[in-house]
Design a protein. Structure first.
Length: 617
C-alpha cells in the first residue's frame, strides 16, 4: 500500500470511529437545538478527538508495521475501553479512569460472571484473529514507518504539551489576540472540566478522555505528588482530646441541607423585600463562609465533608481532578459511630463525579435524581433543574425507614442559576430602583421566589422531624452566593472593578447558617461572625454533644486560632493558645497528604473505622 493511500485510510477510519461514537452519545435533534457556542464547542472537540485518534493509529503502526492489522488493533482498543466504561458505569455508577487498571483483581471480583466470560471469550477471539492476520499481512517499507513516526510523535506530543500546560493558558493569557488561542478551549483537557468524567467522555470520546486523564495523572506524579512522612501524620492525629465522651442516651439524626445559591438577598440593596425567609431567620445562628462565589458547589461540599481546604489546594475542583481513592471524612466518622450515612442530590448522579466521590468519602448510599423519580423530566422546572420536592420527600423516606441514627447530607438544586425565566411565577417582586433593567428585575424576582420556597421547605422538614422519636438536628446553609450576573452591576454590589475581580471581602462569600434541633445543643459553637465551610463539621459535632475524633479535634483546635483560611484572610488571632504557625503548617501537611500525598491520614484512621462498633441506641 502506498503512503498516501495509507494515510487517507487512517484519517477516514479515525473520523468514522469518532463519528460513530458521536451518534451513540448524542441525540441529533438536541445537538442542533444547542446554541451556536455549545454546538461549535462540541463539534471542535470531536474534530480534535478524531485528530488524536488518527495519531493513535499512526502510533500503533509503529509497533505493528502492518496497515490493516493496525486499524483493527487500534480501533478494537478504542472499542474495548468504551465497552469497559459502559459496563463500569452500569454496575458501579463510576467511569473508567487509568488508575482502574491498577485494580485488576478488585475489578474481577466486582464484575458479574457473565461479563467476565464475555470479555475473556472476546479477547481470546481477538488474539486468534490478530495472530492469523499477522501471518497473512506483509510488513511495509521503511519510509512509511518513518512518516508515521514523525506524525505520531508530533501530534501526540502537541496534545501532551497542551494538556501539561492547561491548553496553553499562560501563553494565551499574555497574548489573548492570538488567533490560535481562540481554539485552545476545544483541546481535550480533563483537569478543569467541572461536569465530571461521564459527561466529559460524551464530548471527547473514551480514547481522548483516557489519554487526557493519563496525562493528568502523569502531571500529578511528576509535579504535584508530596510525600509527607507517616510519622508526621501520626503526630498530627495524636491531638489530645479536650472533649469527654458523649453522654447522649440516644444518638441524634444529623441532617445537612446545603441549599443551592441560598443567600440573604437583602444585602444586595435596601429595596429588596424583607422577611422573605422567616423560618431561616428565626433559626439563624451565624453565617457560613463559602470557599466559592457564584458556583463551585462541589468545592463547598468538599470542605464541609472533609474539613480540608480548597484555597490551600489552589481552588482546584477536587471532586473531578483528585478524589480517586478513599479518604477520611465526616460520613466515615458517622459510619464508625453506627450511623446510616446518605448523600442526596436531586440532580444527575454523574455531575461533579459525585457517584464516584461519595463512595470514596464513605457514604453508604447516594440517592440521586435517577433514584427519586421514574420520570426525571416530569420534575424539571423552567430553569432546567429538578424541583426540591423530590429531595425533601427522599429525606422523609430515609428518616422513616430505618431505626438507625441517620446522617444525611442533602444538596438542593431547584434554585440554581441562571434566573432568566419565570420558574416560580412572574412579577411578584418588582424592585422599584432606578437603573435596574427589566432583565435584572426578572432575574431577581425568580431568585427571591426561590428563596421563599427554600424557606418553606425548611419549615416543612422541621415540622416533619418534630414527629420523630429520635432527637434530630438540621443544619441549613447556602453553598455560595447566587450567580446573578448583571444584577450585581445594576445594584452596584461591588465597590469597584478591582474589588469585583479580587473579592477580598467576606460579604462575597457569606451565606445564612440556620440550625434547628429538638434536643439541647451547645449553641456557643456557632457564636461567631461567620463559620468557614472547612470548620463547620467540627462545630456541628461539638454542638450536638458527639465526641470529636482526633482528626476533627485537630481542625477544631485550628479554628480557635484562625478565623478562616481563605482568600480574604488567613491570619491567626491574638487569643490563640496553641502554636499557631505549627498548627497551620500541620494543616497544610494534612491537606497535602490527603490530596497529593500517600494518604497516610486515611490509612491510619481506617483502622478505627474497620473495627466493629457496638450497636448504637
Amino acid at each position: 500500500m502506498t503512503l498516501l493511500k495509507q494515510q487517507a485510510l487512517f484519517i477516514v477510519v479515525a473520523f468514522i470511529s469518532v463519528f460513530i461514537f458521536f451518534l451513540t452519545q448524542e441525540n441529533l435533534q438536541n445537538f442542533f437545538a444547542l446554541n451556536d457556542y455549545e454546538r461549535n464547542l462540541r463539534t471542535f472537540k470531536y474534530v480534535f478527538s478524531a485528530i488524536l485518534n488518527y495519531a493513535f493509529i499512526s502510533g500503533f503502526y509503529l509497533m505493528i508495521r502492518k496497515t490493516w492489522l493496525t486499524l483493527i488493533v487500534s480501533q478494537f482498543t478504542v472499542f474495548l475501553l468504551t465497552f469497559i466504561n459502559i459496563q463500569k458505569e452500569r454496575y458501579l455508577s463510576t467511569s473508567l479512569v487509568p488508575s482502574d487498571f491498577l485494580l485488576v483483581s478488585e475489578t474481577l471480583k466486582a464484575s458479574p460472571l457473565s461479563l467476565k466470560i464475555f470479555v475473556f471469550i472476546s479477547l481470546a477471539l481477538f488474539f486468534a484473529l490478530f495472530i492469523w492476520l499477522y501471518k497473512k499481512e506483509k510488513r511495509e517499507k521503511g519510509h512509511i514507518f518513518m512518516t508515521n513516526g514523525v506524525l505520531a510523535v508530533f501530534i501526540i506530543g502537541f496534545f501532551i504539551t497542551a494538556n501539561f500546560q492547561n491548553n496553553f493558558a499562560t501563553q494565551c493569557a499574555k497574548n489573548p489576540g492570538n488567533i490560535l488561542c481562540k481554539y485552545t478551549r476545544y483541546l481535550p483537557q480533563t483537569r478543569g472540566d467541572w461536569v465530571g468524567d461521564h459527561l466529559t467522555i460524551r464530548t471527547l470520546g473514551m480514547s481522548t478522555f483516557f489519554f487526557s486523564k493519563s496525562i493528568d495523572n502523569l502531571n500529578d506524579k511528576l509535579f504535584s505528588t508530596e510525600k509527607i512522612p507517616k510519622d508526621q501524620i501520626e503526630h498530627i492525629l495524636k491531638t489530645p482530646q479536650v472533649q469527654a465522651k458523649s453522654e447522649l442516651k440516644q444518638l441524634p439524626n444529623i441532617i445537612f441541607i446545603m441549599s443551592e445559591s441560598h443567600w440573604d438577598a437583602t444585602k444586595l440593596d435596601p429595596s429588596v423585600p424583607k422577611n422573605l425567609t422567616p423560618t431561616i431567620q428565626k433559626n439563624q445562628f451565624s453565617q457560613v463562609l463559602s470557599p466559592s462565589f457564584g458556583g463551585g458547589t462541589a468545592n463547598v461540599e468538599f470542605e464541609v465533608l472533609t474539613g480540608l481546604n480548597v484555597y490551600l489546594n489552589k481552588n482546584e475542583l477536587l471532586y473531578v481532578s483528585k478524589i480517586k481513592r478513599p479518604i477520611y471524612s465526616l460520613p466515615r466518622y458517622f459510619n464508625q459511630l453506627g450511623y446510616s450515612s446518605t448523600a442526596m442530590h436531586n440532580n444527575g448522579k454523574y455531575f461533579y463525579n459525585r457517584s464516584a466521590v461519595y463512595q470514596n468519602l464513605g457514604f453508604q448510599r447516594f440517592i440521586s435524581l435517577e433514584n427519586m423519580t421514574a420520570n426525571p423530566n416530569s420534575a424539571i422546572n423552567q430553569g432546567g433543574w429538578a424541583t426540591d420536592d423530590l429531595i425533601y420527600d427522599s429525606i422523609k423516606q430515609q428518616l422513616q425507614q430505618s431505626q438507625q441514627p441517620q446522617f444525611i447530607y442533602a444538596i438542593t438544586v431547584e434554585n440554581h442559576p441562571m434566573y432568566n425565566d419565570d420558574r416560580f411565577g412572574k412579577d411578584k417582586y418588582i424592585i422599584n430602583k432606578s437603573g435596574v433593567s427589566a432583565a435584572s428585575q426578572r432575574q431577581l424576582n425568580t431568585y427571591l421566589l426561590g428563596m421563599q420556597r427554600a424557606d418553606a421547605k425548611f419549615k416543612q422538614l422541621i415540622d416533619m422531624t418534630k414527629q420523630l422519636d429520635r432527637p434530630t438536628m438540621i443544619i441549613f446553609f447556602g453553598d455560595h452566593l447566587p450567580n446573578l450576573q448583571k444584577v450585581y452591576d445594576d445594584f452596584q454590589f461591588f465597590d469597584s472593578e478591582q474589588d469585583k475581580i479580587e473579592k477580598k471581602q467576606a460579604k462575597y462569600f457569606e451565606t445564612p447558617l440556620a440550625v434547628w434541633s429538638n434536643f439541647p445543643i451547645d449553641k456557643k459553637q456557632f457564636d461567631s461572625e461567620f463559620i468557614p465551610a472547612h470548620f463547620l463539621a467540627s462545630r456541628v459535632l461539638a454542638s450536638a454533644g458527639l465526641p470529636l475524633p482526633p482528626y476533627f479535634q485537630f481542625i477544631k483546635n485550628l479554628s480557635k486560632c484562625y478565623p478562616t483560611i481563605h482568600q480574604i484572610q488567613q491570619q491567626a488571632t491574638s487569643q490563640c493558645y496553641f502554636d499557631a504557625e505549627k498548627l497551620l503548617s500541620d494543616y497544610k501537611k494534612l491537606n497535602s497528604d490527603v490530596i497529593n500525598g500517600s494518604n497516610w491520614t486515611y490509612q491510619l484512621l481506617q483502622r478505627a473505622e474497620d473495627e466493629p462498633s457496638e450497636p448504637q441506641p
